[in-house]
Design a binder for this molecule. Sequence first.
Ligand SMILES: [Zn+2]
Length: 110
Amino acid sequence: MGEDFLTTREKIYKLLVEAEEPLSAEDMVALLGLGKKEYSRIQEDLEFVIRSVKKRSGGAEIVEMIPARCLTCGYVFKDRQKAKRPSKCPRCNSERIAGPWFILKKSSRK
Ligand SMILES: [Zn+2]
């Protein structure tokens, strides 16, 4: 039962803590058992979690983003900071975009 009392943001944080592989917002929607309708809400919560993890841990924990990429031409959205998936590739106009993915890193700086 317990986990039902967690907020979505706490659940996202927990997923990031437990994940061994980077997760996309879509992976999180699936892992949390949510519908596609929840996708944009998850992205907002995820952006909040990314900011709050850094603040709360004083920089000891950071959510690293692995940029989205185009599955058609391999273009990497390096400069994009948002958790939201880009809708279109600027190079080939393909809409087959994967990622971005997120993973929690602990800083080794003490
Ligand atoms: Zn492309």
